[in-house]
Design a protein around this ligand. Structure first.
Ligand code: PAF
Length: 281
C-alpha cells in the first residue's frame, strides 16, 4: 500500500491509472476505522482494480464548539487495517494542502443541506460536499462508496454529482452495527461505560417505530410522537436533536407515511452526537 499526502501526486497517479483503463474506487473517510469503514473498503475492493481510501478530518464540516479538535484518531491502526483490506493508496492530505490560505470556493446542495442535521449544523453539509468534490477531482474515481448511516450525506452527495454532471457513481452501503444494534461510528468512542450500555436504545426505538408502521400506523405525527416519547422514557440521558419521518429521497415529511420512508434521529448522549435511521417498508 502506498501512502500519499501530496495533492498533485495523488491526482497524477489516479489520472494515469484511469487513463490506462483501470477501474478506480474511492472510500472517503475521516479515519479511526471500524467495521463500518472496513465493509465499504471490502465492497469497493471487489469492484475495482485500484482502491483509494482518503483519510482526512475535514475542518470545514465541523461547526464552532463541535468536536473537530478532539475527533478520535489512530493513524497507525488505520494504516494497518487499510493494508489488511488490500487498499492500494491511502490518501492523507494535510489541512493546508486541501485548504490553502485564501481558499474561498464552496460547493453547496441547497434545500437538502438545510434539513435534518442541517437544522442544527447549518454549515456541515457545505463542508462535506466541498471536500468530497475536491476528493473526486483529486482521485477521479469511477465509484465512490458511502455508508447509509449518514443517509442525508449520501443523498446530498448523489444530488451533487447529478447536478454538477460528475462522472462518478455513488454507492450507498448498509449500516454496520455492533452485536447489540448500536450503529458503528467513530464517535461511539466518546461514550463512557454507562452511556455505551444504553446507547443501543437509539436503534431499538427505530425498530419500535418500524413495528408500529408495519402494524398499520401511518400517521407521521403520531409515529414521531411515539418515537420521541420512547426516547424520553427509555433514554432520559439523551438530548433529542430531531426525530423525523421523511421521504427517503427528498427528506420531505409526508402526512401519511408510505413504504420506503425513512425514520431518522439524532441524539446527544454525553459527549457523543449519535445519528441513526431505518427504512420503513
Ligand atoms: O462520512 C464521513 O466520514 C465524512 O463526512 C466524509 C464523507 C469523509 C467527508 O469528510
Amino acid at each position: 500500500m502506498e501512502i500519499i499526502s501530496s495533492c498533485s501526486q495523488i491526482q497524477q497517479t489516479c489520472m494515469q491509472a484511469r487513463q490506462s483503463g483501470r477501474t478506480l474506487a474511492l472510500v472517503p473517510t475521516m479515519g479511526y476505522f471500524h467495521d463500518g469503514h472496513l465493509s465499504l473498503m471490502r465492497w469497493a475492493r471487489e469492484y475495482c482494480d485500484m482502491l483509494v481510501v482518503s483519510l482526512f478530518v475535514n475542518p470545514a464540516q465541523f461547526g464552532p464548539g463541535e468536536d473537530y479538535q478532539r475527533y478520535p484518531q489512530d493513524l497507525d491502526n488505520d494504516v494497518h487495517a487499510a493494508m489488511e483490506e488490500g487498499v492500494d493508496i491511502l490518501f492523507t492530505p494535510a489541512r493546508s494542502s486541501l485548504y490553502p490560505d485564501g481558499f474561498s470556493t464552496w460547493v453547496e446542495v441547497q434545500g437538502l443541506s438545510g434539513k435534518l442535521c442541517g437544522l442544527t449544523r447549518p454549515e456541515h453539509f457545505r463542508g462535506v460536499t466541498t471536500v468530497v468534490c475536491k476528493l473526486f477531482n483529486l482521485t477521479c474515481p469511477h465509484k465512490a462508496v458511502f455508508g447509509q448511516k449518514d443517509w442525508q450525506q449520501l443523498i446530498i452527495i448523489k444530488k451533487m454529482t447529478r447536478d454538477l454532471n460528475m462522472p462518478v457513481e455513488i454507492v450507498g452501503r448498509p449500516t454496520v452495527r455492533e452485536d447489540d444494534g448500536l450503529a458503528m461510528s467513530s464517535r461511539n468512542a466518546y461514550l463512557d461505560q454507562e452511556l455505551r450500555k444504553v446507547a443501543p436504545r437509539v436503534y431499538q426505538g427505530l425498530l419500535m417505530v418500524r413495528g408500529r408502521f408495519e402494524s398499520g400506523q401511518d400517521d407521521r405525527l403520531e409515529l414521531e410522537l411515539e418515537l420521541r416519547s420512547y426516547y424520553q422514557r427509555n433514554l432520559p440521558q439523551a438530548e433529542i436533536d430531531y426525530v423525523q419521518i421523511v421521504d427517503s429521497n427528498n427528506l420531505e415529511p409526508q402526512d401519511r407515511v408510505k413504504p420506503g420512508a425513512l425514520a431518522a434521529v439524532a441524539l446527544k448522549l454525553g459527549q457523543a452526537r449519535l445519528i441513526d435511521n431505518i427504512l420503513l417498508d
